[in-house]
Design a protein around this ligand. Sequence first.
Ligand SMILES: *Cc1c(COP(=O)(O)O)cnc(C)c1O
Ligand SMILES: [Zn+2]
Length: 422
Amino acid sequence: MKYVSNLVCINCGKRYHPEPERYLCPDCGDRGLLEVEYNYKKIKKDWSKEALEEDRNYNIWRYLPLLPVESDTPRPPLRVGWTPLYQNEKLAAELGLKNIYLKDDGLNPTGSLKDRASALAVVKAREARASTVACSSTGNAASSLAGNIASMGGRMKAVIFVPERAPAGKVTQLLIYGARVVSVRGSYEEAYYLSDTAIKRWGWYNRNAAINPYLVEGKKTVALELAEQFNWQMPDWLTFSVGDGCTIAGAWKGLHDLKEIGFIDRIPRLLGVQAEGCAPITRSFKTGEPLKVTTEDTLADSIAVGNPRNYRKAINGIRYSGGEMVNVSDDEILEMMRLLGRTTGIFGEPAGVAGLAGVRKMVNRGLIKRNDRVVAVITGNGLKDIKNAQRAAGKILEVKPDIEELNRLFLEEGVLNEEEKI
Ligand SMILES: *Cc1c(COP(=O)(O)O)cnc(C)c1O
Ligand SMILES: [Zn+2]
C-alpha cells in the first residue's frame, strides 16, 4: 500500500500500522473507529486527472492510489462501480428543481452500493490470508459479500448470520451465491454478537462495515466516480439515505481525499436522510446529544438500524460539509418509488429512494433552492424487495379476451382518448 500512511483513531487520535485485521482502536473500544490516512503529497506527485482519463478500467479499481489495498492482491472479477449518472428534467420539474442528477448504484453486480465495500472486504481478507469472510446482516451487505466471494471461483467462503425475521427474498440471493447462511434464533443484536464471537474464535475476516475501516474506503468510490463524472465541477448537494452511517461517511471521505489531492476545490453539502420510524442519527445530529438506540419501524429495511455503529463518522462528515439531515415517512418513500420509476425508468428499493424523498422535502422547506444542482444516489435495486414495491405500485387492468371489452376498459381508465377509440 504505497500511499497509505496509517490508521488513525477518530476518538483519541492514536495511529496504527495498517494491518488488514486492525478493526478498532484497542484503547477506545467501540468508540475507537479507525480512519485510513493517505500520503496526499505522494499521491499528488504520482497521479493526475489526465492519467485517470487514459485509464480504461471502468470500475472502482481505477482509483487504486486512493484505495487501501496492495496493487497485486487478487480482486473479485465482478465489475463493481462506474454506475451511470443521469440528468432528468421531468423529475427535476416534479421536485421543483432546475437540475436533478441520479446515480444508479442499483446497477452494481449484486444490486446495491454495498458491492463497493464487499469488493474491498474480499481483497483485505486475501491480504489477511483468511479464506472465510463473515458478516451479520439481513440485506445488501450480506448479498454483496456472498456474490463477490462467489466470483473468486471457489477459493473463498462467506458465512452470513441473519436474524430470524430476515426476509426470504434476500436470504434466497445469499443461498444462490452459495453462502453458508446461519439463522440465529434471536434479534439482530444477538446475531451480531454471535457473528463477532465466531469471527474471533475461528479467525475469519470481519465484514461488519461499521467497525472495519477499509469498507468505508470502498464506499467512498461512489463519490470519486461522481466527481469524475461531473468533470470535477462539484454540484451543490449530494444526498444519501442513512442506516449505519457508513455510506455517507464514505462519501465524505472520498470528497475530502479529492480535495486534499487538488482534484476538486469544493465539497458539496451532504444531505443525510433517515426513515421517520428509525432515525437515531438525525436525532443526535439535531440535538447534539449522544446517540439513543431506537426501534426499527420502517419498511426501508436497508436503513432500519436502531443501533448504528458508525454514526460519529457520519455526523462529522455531514457537519464538515455544511450539510443537513431530515427524516421521511414510509408513505413519502413509496410515493418516491413511483415517481422515480415513472419519470426515469429507475427502480429503486425503499432505502434506495429515501434520499431523493428527503430532497423533495428540503426543496419544499426552501432549504434546497430551485437553482441548486442536486445529486441523489439510488443505493439499491427495487427488484430486491418486491413485497414493498407492490405497495407502491398501481393496479393492473383485468379484461376478458375481447377487443370491445378492452376498448371500454381503456376509455374508462383514460388509456385512450376519444379520437383513439375504435
Ligand atoms: C446499506 C444501505 C444504505 C445505508 O448505508 P449505511 O452505511 O448503512 O448508512 C442505503 N441504501 C441501501 C440500499 C443500503 O443497502
Ligand atoms: Zn483511540
